[in-house]
Design a protein around this ligand. Structure first.
Ligand SMILES: [Zn+2]
Ligand SMILES: [Zn+2]
Length: 171
C-alpha cells in the first residue's frame, strides 16, 4: 500500500490496511509472521513533509537463542514517523537537535510505501534476543539434541550458558 503526497490534503487523512497472509514478508532470518499485520493511522501533510502516526498489530515467531524453538511474539506497536524528501533531510537532521527522537525517515517526495513502514516497525517491535524460557538448556554442542526434552551422554566441558559471564571473574 502506498500513500501519494499529491492526493493527500493539507489537513491529512486516515489510512488503514489489513494484510493478507503472505502479502508482507519480513525478509529477516529467524523471524516469521504468523498473523498478517493490520496497520491503521493518520497522515498529516506539512508542506513537503508527511507525518504518519498510528498502530500496527501482528504476531510473529522468533527462534529461541539457545534451542532454536519457535517462540510466538504478539506485536502491538505504535509509530510516529515524519517523512522528509531526501533533499530536505540533511537540513532537517542538522536543524533539529533531536532528529533521532523525531523519527525522521526519507522518501522520494511523492509516495510513501506503507509496506516498508509496517515491515520496519514490526521488526523494531520484536525482541533482539529471545529465550523460550529463562532456564532453557539449549542444544547439546556435540549431538545437537534439545536438552530441554532429551538427555544424552555426551561429554561436554561447556560452561552452563547462564554462568558463562561469570567464568572470567576472580573471587
Ligand atoms: Zn530455548
Ligand atoms: Zn549430546
Amino acid at each position: 500500500m502506498r500513500i501519494e503526497l499529491d492526493k493527500l490534503e493539507e489537513k491529512g487523512g486516515k489510512f488503514a490496511h489489513v494484510y493478507q497472509p503472505e502479502e508482507l514478508v519480513l525478509d529477516e532470518e529467524g523471524v516469521r509472521l504468523t498473523e498478517a499485520p493490520e496497520v491503521a493511522g493518520r497522515a498529516k501533510r506539512d508542506g513537503h513533509q508527511v507525518r504518519l502516526r498510528g498502530r500496527i498489530t501482528a504476531a510473529a515467531e522468533v527462534d529461541c537463542d539457545r534451542c532454536l524453538t519457535s517462540i510466538r511474539v504478539p506485536v502491538e506497536t505504535e509509530f510516529d514517523v515524519t517523512y522528509v524528501p531526501a533533499t530536505d533531510y540533511e537540513e532537517a537532521a542538522t536543524a533539529e537537535l533531536q532528529a533521532e527522537d523525531l523519527n525522521l525517515s526519507v522518501f522520494d517526495g511523492e509516495t510513501i510505501d506503507i509496506d516498508d513502514l509496517t515491515r520496519e516497525q514490526v521488526l523494531l517491535a520484536l525482541p533482539m534476543h529471545a529465550l523460550c524460557r529463562e532456564e532453557c538448556q539449549g542444544l547439546c554442542p556435540v549431538c545437537s539434541i534439545n536438552r530441554n526434552t532429551e538427555t544424552c551422554g555426551c561429554e561436554t566441558t561447556e560452561v552452563d550458558p547462564r554462568w558463562a559471564g561469570l567464568k572470567n571473574l576472580r573471587f
